[in-house]
Design a protein around this ligand. Sequence first.
Ligand code: GAL
Length: 695
Amino acid sequence: MDKKRVTDEQRLLHGGDYNPDQWLAYPEILKEDVVLMQKAHTNTFSIGIFAWAALEPEEGTYDFEWLDNVIERIQAIGGRFILATPSGARPAWMSKQHPEVLRVDASRRKLLHGARHNHCFSSPYYRKKTQAVNAKLAERYGNHPALLMWHISNEFGGECHCDLCQANFRKWLKEKYTNDLERLNDSWWGPFWSHTITDWEQIESPSPIGETAVHGMNLDWRRFVSHQTIDFYKNEIKPLREKTPDIPITTNFMSDNPAFTPFTGLDYQAFAKEVDVVSWDAYPAWHNDKEDTATLAAKVGFLNDHFYAMKDQPFLLMESTPSGVNWHHVNKAKRPGMHYLSSMQMLAHGSDSILYFQWRKSRGSSEKFHGAVVDHDQSPENRVFKEVARLGQTMEAISEKVVGYQRKAKVAIIYDVENEWALNDAQGFGLKTKKYGETLQKHYQAFWDKNIAVDIISKDVDFEQYDLVLAPMLYMMSEKTAKQLQAYVEKGGTLVSSYMTGLVDEADLAYLGGWLTPLKETFGMAPLETDTYYPTDKNSLEFNGKIYDIKDYATIIECDSAEEVATYRYDFYQRTPAITVNHYRQGTAYYMGARLEESFLTEFYGELIADLGLTPPLDITHERGISVQAREANGLKTVFIMNFTEDLQVIEINEEVRDIQTDETLSGQLALDPYEVRILEKKGWFVDSNDQLSL
Ligand code: GAL
């Protein structure tokens, strides 16, 4: 599919989820909304997300009049709308009349009507009805000049274990294993605890009641759930593609919460191939009591770089809150300045929008105290509204310099959700300490601290575009990936991997006969065994004259051509290699046998960054907590400097730059208030038609 971008006359999108269907009995509020939308400097609204009951109040009877009116008002103020398909929540009549749409949980309990995001992905009736309502929406609004894009359903996720889904699971397995039960049993290690399958009908999805121990089956079930969800989505978009081929399509992705790591419910890297534009919903718990602002900001950076890399193009922030949410453990208000800063970070990492959940706080039900642009006081004068309006003004001013601008990274970290599924299932190592997503984020932090751009990529992209590739904890690795990594190093790439890498194949079956040959050759060593630590266990290593603590894991290594970078200081493997380096053909491969504290990662990667000549977008000296990220297009770079600390920071800019908001030329010392952001353009970064360096 062609890359499609939602540029909307080169303006950044500002606005968000608007639920007028909750306010149809309050016409004065609907009128007031558009007045407030202008005051807030907003321009784009996602509508109809949960509006099925209003769109089809009884089976086969549609009502679009209210939506016509809402759209007309948005258009009248020069706004655009993102039209949602309503399948994220269904009307009560449907659950009553067609109970097949109700989801069945893993314990085989059929859920009652209520809540949302709980339909069956197989139900033929639900698939037919979503197509029908989507076709009506496309017919009515497909040519509307203010229609910007389609928003399919909402935050797809979860799984259904009903009979229809069981049958589809078996069908999917038959295709995968070419109707050959022997192949399935081989892959699932069937004889283990007598799990050999002798008839396809014996196969049931994993249930917590049976606590299934068949890891191959668990993995296939997760793959099936992902496949079935994407298939449901593809079914939904058919009428839209037919009737509105030029309108881009997205569906809003999310993160795993509260850890704020990549979402593990679905294979988003596969899903992203089916959307035109990636969009996601970000709800970091700013000001929490477990981590400082900069640490959380780096996690946000990681997720942004993950969503960006899925299509290697700008994404949309589909939802965020201008203040607090209602579902964190503690729903803290964003401190003054934080909303502006956190939104700028999104733009800096490649978002073309800042959209909110929600435009207006609902009056009743569970989201009545969730943050919104318009509070129950309905005032444009409160702190949150004013901060949103200030952000909107800035976005209007900088749009031209940001919309559609690209990011380019020379460093990549491989994230693989199937690997995470398999790792989490693995009975062994530390049951609670594997933390794949968090571990990758710690490695990422070492680059974020130094303002080096990173792509969070799938294992299927071309590694050769990167100078440095990190593949920590890539436990489940196909021989194909091992060979691709080898080829990457062979041709001059630098690769870093770690403990637990390359232990099982795509079916989650352990490799026999030691480590894979391509890995042995690339790293010039082999992992022999991995020791797992209690929190009180102590070990350490020395690197560059400093001692660093080891936590959770320590792999004992046998070196072949690899050299020791550091050795274990204690235990029965004292003085044996903990970290190795191998110069293989034109490239270099490092293996980190141990999990190390963050200061080690900073030191280790700091050295690699220098060796590889990786440079940040701006030559700047600062304390930890300042982040510099850039986007570029047409030879022009826009650089965001962001202060993610609660302190005034004096930074040193070692070159000449121009502030695009104030037009000042800056160089040398610059004071940044807590949470302050400066948006700069770098002098002489592009060559004009006379080959003159110019601004
Ligand atoms: C999202 C969801 C929104 C809203 C929001 C609250 O996960 O898509 O509809 O519920 O959370 O933070």
